[in-house]
Design a protein around this ligand. Structure first.
Ligand code: F6R
Length: 616
């Protein structure tokens, strides 16, 4: 949700900032802009639309390569339409202060009224512009830029990461954060500030994570950190161990295709070395004892979007393996519902980015109610893992495409590990029983690779379906969340009306959506073991076929019963029912990606979306 970059060092700031923005564009792509310090004067350029529009405008000004200090922003619009005038940076009336912002300033209306009362004329509809005027006022009263930032931050409510430059501090960039991400990069004679390390990974792998309510100042000579009151403090240093090439397409047309292809490796990495001899999982950060895991009498899984779908699968696994009640909740609803939580409740929060504001707020609510929180996240050191009692990191590597694929699969793998850990620690499953499931899990990366190698018919089918205006996805048991995920992928990428339903619910209303030729994708459970489920889904197929649907089934290898009743069938390797989503989700990812490509859509950056949603 908005990407921000700041730089102070010997290189042309525009090059570093542009490169950083390119890597952060997944965070928002409604507009982009830069502010550079040139001999004590601020020069800005900003444009609505993709980063390429900004690059053209910068090129038209001769490249703007002179300055060595600058800030840049790529926006996901909250306050104000995505236009040139609302693009960041926002500049004070005297043109000497420039500010960029990620988040929402909740008391902006009061601040704006106060500033307008003082005669300030606003030039945008954003909440951010208040900060530029407030900061200019503080510096105008004789304090330095860092102290000015602290004073302004003390007045702000909501979520913000801010970066600012000022004509009176030509070598300096000041940043601040509350409830929004900010990391500093420590180079050799150069320093960086950014929403995400991806922005500066080409220049340095040494980073510092800023804490809540901190202000950081960088120059080419160093950095300093204080809290909002001015007390010196430290950030948390960390080394970035992934390669810069991980954030490149490496020959794939889209990041999404690359990330789909990376899934066997991502799942294998997430599982690797995670089990100890006693059957317990090795958590990455644990502020919970085994006794804490034993004391739990209820579990909530809280997440958004695709991560929520992973949580729905986890519910089936945890209830079956652990025999504990487990509820799955949308993070955006959780705290408003006032759920019954206490010391014996465990809340599992799932977030790829580790930044999603809805999930973060749910986590905080859970902790104030004394519940114990376990985070499953893909982003080391992000806010959600940091504020949780225990963390299990998925090891998907950076996911750039806005539509989540490898993060989803690794979240599933992590959820299975947590379920097995709980079962082992609580003595519900013997070590050898846990080991048997772990061994089966260990085989899934190869099976994922097998499914991905056979996707050509799915691609062909997707191209042929390009004219459809809607699609339904149905499934039962763990096939139901997979159906929801398939529909979400199609909605976000192909901009098509797509809905996922529990197959048994169709007859209670949604079946009236079916017309001649309506595509219905059916996630068919294995006929082995749970034949009851399989039979019920077969009946659901008959029901939709009878009403003219074109049925595409995802079925298990060797399921001969399904094929005669459907129009197309995609087979996936045999696996146990609970683990099947690791395989059945794959054709749906490919289907959505290819169908959207056939429609000519932007696959990696679908309209209106952003990768990391840091507003509520
Ligand atoms: C969909 C997608 C989103 C995210 C959701 C939660 O493809 O990516 O639905 O899953 O915004 O994001 P995280 O997992 O970062 O909390």
């Amino acid at each position: 949700m908005c990407g921000i970059v700041g730089y102070a060092g010997p290189k042309p700031a525009i090059d570093v900032v542009n490169e950083g923005l390119r890597r952060l564009e997944y965070r928002g792509y409604d507009s982009a802009g830069v502010a550079l310090m040139a001999d004590g004067e601020i020069v800005t350029e900003k444009r609505a639309g993709k980063l390429s529009n900004l690059a053209e405008a910068v090129a038209a000004r001769g490249g703007m390569t002179g300055p060595h200090v600058g800030i840049g922003h790529t926006r996901w619009a909250t306050h104000g339409a995505p236009t040139d005038r609302n693009a960041h940076p926002h500049v004070s009336v005297d043109g000497r202060t420039a500010v960029i912002h990620n988040g929402i300033i909740e008391n902006f209306a009061q601040l704006r009224a106060e500033l307008e009362g003082d005669g300030v004329e606003f030039t945008s509809d954003t909440d951010t512009e208040c900060v530029a005027h407030l900061l200019a006022r503080e510096v105008g009263q004789g304090v330095d830029l860092t102290e000015g930032m602290r004073r302004v931050c003390r007045r702000l409510q909501g979520a913000f990461t801010l970066l600012a430059v000022h004509g009176d501090a030509p070598g300096t960039v000041v940043g601040a954060r509350r409830n929004s991400p900010l990391v500093a990069g420590v180079g050799d004679g150069e320093y960086f500030l950014a929403s995400d390390v991806a922005a500066f990974i080409r220049h340095t792998r040494e980073a510092i994570e800023l804490g809540q309510d901190q202000v950081v100042t960088i120059t080419a000579d160093g950095y300093s950190i204080t809290d909002f009151e001015g007390e010196p403090t430290d950030g948390t240093p960390f080394h970035v161990d992934w390669d810069a090439s991980a954030a490149e397409k490496n020959g794939y047309e889209y990041f999404m295709l690359k990330e789909i292809a990376e899934q066997p490796r991502a799942v294998a990495d997430t599982l690797r070395g995670r089990f100890d001899v006693g059957g317990g999982i090795i958590l990455d950060e644990v502020r919970m004892s085994d006794q804490d895991f034993r004391d739990i009498d209820k579990i909530f899984i809280v997440a958004c979007g695709t991560s929520y779908h992973a949580g729905m699968v986890a519910k089936y696994a945890i209830e079956h393996w652990v025999r504990l009640p487990c509820e799955v909740e949308l993070a955006s609803e959780f705290r408003y519902r006032d759920p019954v939580l206490d010391r014996s409740t465990m809340v599992i929060v799932i977030s790829q980015s580790g930044e999603t504001m809805d999930t973060l707020m749910a986590l905080r609510h859970a902790r104030t109610q004394k519940a114990r929180v376990l985070a499953i996240s893909n982003t080391v050191g992000s806010t959600i893992p940091r504020e949780s009692d225990a963390v299990l990191y998925t090891r998907a590597g950076i996911e750039v495409a806005v539509a989540s694929t490898k993060a989803f699969l690794t979240q599933l793998a992590a959820c299975y590990l947590v379920g097995l850990h709980l079962a082992a620690v609580r003595g519900i499953k013997y070590v050898d029983e846990v080991a048997a499931v772990v061994a089966e899990l260990a085989e899934t990366p190869e099976k994922i690779a097998t499914v991905l190698a056979g996707m050509e018919p799915v691609r062909e089918l997707a191209k042929r379906m390009g004219t459809a205006d809607r699609a339904l996805f149905i499934g039962r048991h763990v096939g139901y969340p997979v159906a929801l995920e398939g529909a979400l992928k199609l909605k976000e990428l192909a901009y098509m009306h797509a809905e996922g339903f529990a197959a048994g619910e169709l007859k209670h209303g949604p079946i009236s959506l079916i017309e001649e030729g309506t595509p219905v994708v059916v996630v068919v459970p294995s006929p082995r073991g749970r034949s009851l489920l399989h039979d019920k889904v077969l009946s659901n197929i008959q029901e939709v076929k009878a009403r003219g649907a074109t049925v595409i089934a995802i079925a298990e290898d060797g399921d001969d019963v399904v094929a005669p009743h459907v129009d197309h069938v995609v087979f996936t390797p045999r696996t146990s029912t609970l683990l099947a989503p690791l395989l059945t989700a794959l054709p749906l990812q490919v289907f959505a990606c290819e169908l959207a490509a056939a429609k000519g859509h932007d696959i990696d950056q679908p309209r209106n979306l952003a990768k990391s949603v840091t507003v509520e």
